[in-house]
Design a binder for this molecule. Structure first.
Ligand code: URA
Length: 261
């Protein structure tokens, strides 16, 4: 993404306002450089390798995962997020397929190196088919702005792709059925860094029942990718006092990301 010089004052104003909201005492003036999109050639080459097997994969998706002799589910693999979204957007693996309005796959840059993972769509997300567009999402946008980023420069997805009625916590069976979708999104995107937003996403990705207090603010690894855990934006709306720690987590994340370059 190219920023025109004339965009900078507005971007800086947004970043400063967002940092002030997060309780930053001293203003951090440097606006981060946008993550570079991956080389298009890499994506084309990856797609080319799988041309011809897409139909087979779609057939397999319809008939469910294959089981190998060790009873490990073998999931189909897709060449792009778009191909994956198309194949799974009518998913009926769990009862939420019947109650959803819209399937909420994910949003952002398909070449982003930074991925945020939340819990499940809420009412607004279910209405619009896009993650993090309600009040929590607006706060996430402001956190990104404080980092010098926009939602189109990162990738955002949830553990569940369909809204649990009344915004209840995802049921274990729903998570189990839906998790392969997220795993495939991560495999396709290959982010350099992941941020789990809140307990449900952190526990699901790390396969742990440890409380958020033990997980947040630390580096973990999800399938070889460094993962930071922080508070869910919805929790920050209820407990604004946690914003400062969230900002510290985001600074850790950006520092590590910059080191990777
Ligand atoms: N909360 C989430 O975890 N995800 C959304 O998409 C919206 C709210």
């Amino acid at each position: 993404m190219t920023r025109r010089p004339t965009d900078l004052p507005a971007m800086i104003r947004r970043a400063l306002a967002a940092q002030a909201e997060l309780g930053v005492g001293e203003m951090v003036l440097s606006v981060r450089k946008a993550p570079e999109p991956r080389a298009a050639a890499e994506l084309v080459a990856r797609s080319a390798r799988v041309v011809g097997v897409q139909q087979a994969m779609a057939d397999q998706e319809r008939s469910g995962p294959l089981q190998n002799s060790l009873d490990i589910a073998i999931q189909p693999q897709y060449p792009s997020l778009e191909a994956h979204r198309e194949a799974i957007c009518t998913c009926q693996r769990c009862p939420l397929g019947k109650t959803r309005n819209k399937f909420v796959y994910g949003v952002g840059s398909p070449t982003s190196e930074i991925m945020f993972v939340g819990e499940a769509p809420g009412a607004e997300e279910d209405r619009l088919g896009e993650p993090f567009v309600g009040r929590a999402g607006q706060l996430l946008d402001r956190i990104l702005a404080a980092m010098g980023l926009t939602r189109s420069q990162v990738y955002i997805a949830n553990v569940l792709k369909c809204r649990p009625p009344e915004n209840r916590d995802p049921a274990p069976d729903e998570m189990e059925q839906c998790f392969p979708h997220l795993r495939e999104q991560v495999r396709i995107l290959k982010p350099k860094i992941i941020c789990a937003l809140g307990r449900i996403a952190a526990q699901a990705m790390l396969r742990t029942s440890a409380p958020l207090g033990k997980l947040r603010g630390q580096w973990h690894t999800y399938e070889n990718t460094p993962m930071m855990v922080t508070y869910h934006p919805a929790a920050l709306l209820r407990f604004p006092q946690y914003k400062k720690e969230t900002w510290e987590d985001m600074q850790r994340l950006m520092a590590r990301y910059q080191q990777m370059k």
